[in-house]
Design a protein around this ligand. Structure first.
Ligand code: FES
Length: 73
């Protein structure tokens, strides 16, 4: 069963998580831009902010996926 975060735009938790983990969204504005969530009545803002509060630190703790093209020796 889908965990709907934003009922107005029918955006689920998985979509929010992907925006955070794959597109590196860190703000409510970026969540709006990438998913369309929170662009209706606005009632889902506190839920989305709680997801950001729990997930963004996990992304920040991960090492960057790209490596520098410059070698240090
Ligand atoms: S529930 Fe998300 S904008 Fe209304």
């Amino acid at each position: 069963m889908r965990d709907i975060v934003c009922n107005c735009q029918m955006v689920d938790r998985d979509t929010i998580d992907k925006a955070i983990h794959e597109k590196r969204a860190t703000t409510i504005e970026e969540i709006r831009r990438y998913t369309g969530a929170n662009t209706g009545c606005g009632k889902c803002m506190s839920y989305i902010n709680s997801i950001l509060d729990s997930e963004v630190p996990k992304v920040a703790a991960k090492k960057p996926e790209t490596t520098s093209r410059f070698k240090l020796w």
